[in-house]
Design a protein around this ligand. Sequence first.
Ligand code: GLN
Length: 478
Amino acid sequence: MSALSQLSATEIGAKLRARELSVKEVAESFATAEDRVGAFITRSKELDEQCLRAQSLIDEGVGGPLTGVPVAVKDNISTRGLLTTCASKILANYIPPYNATVMDKLEAQGLVSLGKTNLDEFAMGASTETSAYHVTRNPWDFERSPGGSSGGSAAAVSGGLSPLALGSDTGGSIRQPAALCGIVGFKPTYGRVSRFGLVAFASSLDQIGPFGKSVEDCANLAAVISGHDKHDATSLPRDPISTINLKSGSLKGRRIALPVELFDDSAEPGVLAAVTSAIDALKREGVEIVQVSIPEIKVGVTTYYIIAPAEASSNLARFDGVRFGPRLEGDGHVNVVAETRGRLFGSEVRSRIVVGTYVLSAGYYDAYYLRAQQVRGKMTAGFEDVLKDCDAILSPTSPVVAFKIGSLKDDPLALKLLDYCTIPANMGGFPAISLPCGLSEGLPVGLQLLSGIDHDEDLLQLAFLVEQSLGIKLTPPQ
Ligand code: GLN
């Protein structure tokens, strides 16, 4: 790894503004670093133009904290003129004619996009193994998965290929790979970052968010990409996320809840040990820890695997070989669509479309989809109740550390249970963040903090304090 890759994004931004570095030399150092983990699917064109624009913002003195800093972008976020595949063969040749709102925002602030990162096909998975293109490796151990679905983005930041990255999180796809790669990943409140141009998986759960090596980097990137957007009907009428109070406040007297359901034997002992020792450190700082119970957590994964496929089956109906992507030959319209969808979607995506179509079908709708929505409401109310008199809810992010590539291939249930701790935040729209809290068997463990709707600033401030007090910064072995 180069010397630059040891710096945080915010430090790089400061050095750019101080003219100790030029935008071009920073971008080139990252863009030419060898991608040994397979983080990227497509590299950006127009790197020079992006650098020139960013450099002129800095020279005019109108840049922000991250102007000129490189960022890697998950390949389900639309980029004008640049391939956006969702790691699927069905979008193998898709070049969007427009930018996602987050891309316009990066551009306006002069961040330099390095390219598009690998993911599970259409963000369905937790290992980046369902990508139709290649596997991505964990920088901590090349035989292990970086997690997923935003595994390419997490591996890029952890492996020193980009100081920052964007991912999307539907059931944990930012926080879980952040945990497995030893970095910070933040899912903002549903609606605070525009979903316009994010290829939809499950629209009521999807949210774009940042990866960085520190809470401060994530907060600064969240500030760039957030804010109301009239192109997204679910966008909240709020100002962009503010970082003004990020470094103020103290841990003393904060109340943090631990749901018993997230500390049971579903997590590996090494993970629980690292999280528990972090909790002990927080207690010593004067944090009040309260035990709570939210029984609906137990059925979170089941509920998610009704709602998410239902929405996916509807969202993915547009990929029919007529409107997007390659078209396979067939006898008549129905056969063209069947051939194209049957052959160009991978098996994980096809199975979710089948499940989703089934749970939405007349006769089963009430038994599955409607019931799942009711459980979702109850679970969310349970979290809201706890958050009425607690600042945050703390748990492991992932019940396991990075697992061997291929080891969960034949165990789809185990793979799905990896999202046990992260799914509730998506169900309720809550902001949640994962930060490193230690190692287990030499591999990173992530700690998750979750707060109430719209408390993104408070959550980031709390996470910053926790990060400072733990003093843990993880770097993969060379
Ligand atoms: N692992 C979960 C799934 O497979 C969540 C994915 C995500 O957040 N995009 O659906």
